[in-house]
Design a protein around this ligand. Sequence first.
Ligand SMILES: [Zn+2]
Length: 400
Amino acid sequence: MKARYTYRIYPNRLQQNKLAQVFGCVRVVYNDALATVKATPKGEKWPSNAELQKRVITQAKQTSAREWLSSVSVVPLQQSVQDLGFAFKHWFAALKGNGRERFPRFKKRSNAQSARFTQRGFSLSNGKLILAKMGAFKVRWSRELPSAPSSVTIVKNTAGQYHASFVVEVEQKSVEPMRPSIGIDLGIKVFAFPSVGKPIKAPDYSQLDRKVRRLQKRMARQQKGSNRREATRLKLAKLQLKIRNIRKNFLHTQSTKLVRENQTVSLEDLNVSGMVKNRKLSRAISQQGWREFRTMLESKAAQYVNRTVNIISRWEPTSQTCSGCGFRWGKLDLSVRSVLCINCGAEHDRDQNAAENINIVGAGLAHDSKRTQRARQTSLLAVPVEALSHKVEQQLSLFA
Ligand SMILES: [Zn+2]
């Protein structure tokens, strides 16, 4: 099984400039390849990956407009075209109802920058990372690599930090689960309500969030292209990175715990994009990171022997049914926090009851026609590419 191991790296000035060049070339090659595909006349077959590489790399280098592509290693350029291929593949899959990937879009200079090197483009020597045409990079090895990596992606985030993300082969972890199954009711006030154990509270982001909004307002008033605006942008990026890292750290800790302790974890398929359209809710919801949480649960389940994550339909009446006797009492107003079942006489806390129902449906104990048991997906990459803080890395290494 493949996993990602990410480390902070410290390029010197010269290497930073070289990397900026590589990122620029990678972006241009990607955009050129996308433009080539888009320009294909209707009815004609799209160029193959090899054909695209020939056109936007090999042949482009011969032109005065693109001759500077020769100044960087060809490896990340080829990988960039390959990435476009993956993006199209995911989009095709989404068209068939598998996933939610949109049509590939052009890469922007203002986003996080990245470049991937395969074994032909990098090596490790004496604790340093050596990249083609750029020399040796200082790495902060926060944990040991479990095996020789097959590729490395260099990422520069919007806060200006650099990370190296290695893809390595790891063995599945074998840990005896504490219980067969658990149901999780995701919420806004409380992050998650498990069918067993205490409610899981999310970190309080409100103060940091207030600072973000203040900086956003300030930036909107500042002149585009000015030094002051750039200073604010960097401050804002660093603050947002801080919030992201706190959230990521929290989600990693919780998802690892759930997967280690339970053989089956079930949660509802929340219509997050539909909910985010409600502006009042949108900020709170995107802050919770449900989507990310689910991705983490699924990728962690793949890291362990004998673990499943079930996503049950959001149409499942988890709050309308008694988890004790199955009696259906119908819709409840959101203000109703506890219910007395008139059938069996049990009193339920609303969230606890929902979590138990999710567990019942998810674990396959109930036969519901609407059940959408999703087969476990083995995700290729265990941890998102995005840069992680050292804290998160350490957290991860505990379970590695
Ligand atoms: Zn009942």
